[in-house]
Design a protein around this ligand. Structure first.
Ligand code: NAP
Length: 312
């Protein structure tokens, strides 16, 4: 299958490229500013996808069978800092991709987020009412609606959870951020009552690729890992898995009630009901224990990890 992939240099997009190429797909990947190596792309283009004209020409030139949109301003804080740019990437880009997909009859797989939910009624089913608490989440809701309106049944929008995995720059995923902070001498202050159902980007990528050929599955869909865990527990499990010395990798347990202002924009429990995708796809959601075995140490942090490891 010929697949146009935006965000090919991101945590999810780079996994789609790597795994898609292994499966025999032809990946045309669009990156932004990242210039480092990327595996799996047949064609690599660097484009500013915030520019309104960028996408039309691309879709008409390559006429892909499927489009996977993994480009975004994916951090809530970055959206607040630059609302105009994040609106361009998070709403206008998927809208234009959906319009172009419809023009040529291509399948469109768009990525949304668990954050569309308010966090007080978990676990969330696909049809549950959304209640976004921050700008990023409101943009994701708007993108879901725009994609459905423009592309109808050609589109599947996958709401993803907090993501683990191995990113091209080594600084994007959950464990990469934790290791970066520990290596900088920070103590992680993590809540015991904020629940996330983390998924490895490779597992999500495989689900997105399978969805490209499953046109019977459309609309808003959920994909995540199997285990709802608190942010505190996630860090403890990672530290134990890597055998890091607690003195070098400190974690302090906090509670949402300790910082009500910050929690007003951060949902409490974003556990997801994975029906109907889990069971409909051949790929299976993974436990957190399995995900831990697929994590790599970013090269820039290897020396710190080696020094912080307890003896076996
Ligand atoms: N990461 C998570 O925990 C998480 C959780 C739930 C949902 N999601 C969603 O999943 C999707 C993928 O997330 P991710 O974590 O893979 O994101 P990411 O690692 O931040 O990657 C974002 C991608 O978008 C590209 N991009 C940003 N601005 C661009 C521009 N102006 N022109 C061209 N490309 C641009 C980046 O390119 P360069 O790096 O080359 O500039 C990069 O390839 C997003 O829709 C995100 O909202 C992510």
């Amino acid at each position: 299958m010929k697949i146009l992939l935006t965000g090919a240099s991101g945590l999810v997009g780079s996994a789609v490229a790597r795994i898609g190429a292994r499966q025999g797909h032809t990946l045309i990947g669009v990156t932004g500013r990242y210039t480092g190596p990327l595996a799996g792309l047949h064609t690599r283009l660097s484009l500013d996808l915030a520019s309104p004209g960028a996408i039309g020409d691309l879709v008409r030139t390559f006429r892909p069978d499927a489009i996977i949109n993994a480009a975004a301003i994916s951090e809530p804080a970055a959206c607040e800092l630059n609302p105009v740019l994040s609106e361009a990437l998070n709403i206008h880009l998927p809208t234009r991709l959906a319009e172009r997909a419809r023009e040529i009859g291509a399948r469109l797989i768009h990525l949304s987020s668990e954050q569309v939910f308010g966090g007080d009624h978990a676990p969330y089913c696909c049809g549950d009412p959304v209640a976004p608490l921050n700008l990023y989440a409101r943009q994701k809701v708007a993108s879901e609606q725009a994609v459905a309106a423009a592309a109808g049944d050609l589109a599947a929008t996958v709401r993803a959870p907090l993501l683990g995995g191995n990113s091209p720059g080594g600084r994007r995923s959950l464990h990469e951020r934790m290791l970066t902070d520990w290596a900088a001498g920070k103590t992680l202050r993590l809540s015991t009552d904020e629940i996330r159902q983390v998924c490895h980007a490779d597992n999500l990528a495989a689900a997105l690729l399978e969805l490209c050929s499953r046109r019977d599955l459309s609309g808003n869909l959920h994909w995540a890992g199997l285990d709802p865990l608190s942010r505190y527990e996630l860090a403890i499990r990672l530290r134990t898995h890597l055998r890091l010395d607690p003195a070098r990798a400190p974690i302090t347990a906090v509670h949402r009630a300790d910082d009500p202002a910050a929690c007003a924009t951060r949902p409490a429990d974003l556990s997801l009901d994975l029906a109907p995708l889990a069971g409909a796809l051949l790929i299976l959601p993974e436990s957190f224990a399995t995900q831990l075995t697929h994590l790599a140490i970013p090269p820039a942090l290897q020396a710190w990890v080696d020094a912080a490891r307890l003896p076996a």
